[in-house]
Design a protein. Structure first.
Length: 121
């Protein structure tokens, strides 16, 4: 997918993430790229597009703060899983937006993306 088609700024993030489906549980030591609309996890798994999953992003050093989001698999190229976020609680959304702002090259661009697309996906 080209950058022109993407609606949200993506940033790599060196935090742990967990992916759960009805059948399996996977762990990643980092997030290849993260946006307010989804993420790419370096996980080797045979998951079909459309598979519903729960993602937990663990913010170490912040006590018990985790971002919890429901999403679906959009593609699973070799050794990665691309997810679209579909549902998130307000606290997790605010944490996610702040992480993206903090790690983005231009926080103003992220603010405009959030204003244009206040929901997920």
């Amino acid at each position: 997918m080209t950058d022109e088609k993407r609606r949200f700024t993506r940033t790599p993030l060196k935090v742990k993430a967990e992916l759960k489906t009805n059948d399996a549980h996977y762990c990643a030591t980092e997030i290849s790229n993260l946006s307010v609309g989804g993420c790419l996890l370096p996980i080797t798994a045979d998951l079909e597009p459309g598979t519903v999953c729960q993602v937990k992003i663990i913010l170490e050093g912040t006590g018990d703060v985790c971002i919890r989001v429901e999403g679906k698999v959009v593609r699973s190229p070799p050794e990665t899983i691309a997810l679209q976020f579909n549902r998130i609680d307000l606290d997790s959304l605010l944490h996610l937006q702040n992480i993206i702002r903090y790690n983005a090259p231009d926080a103003n661009v992220v603010d405009m993306e959030i204003l244009k697309h206040p929901g997920l996906g």
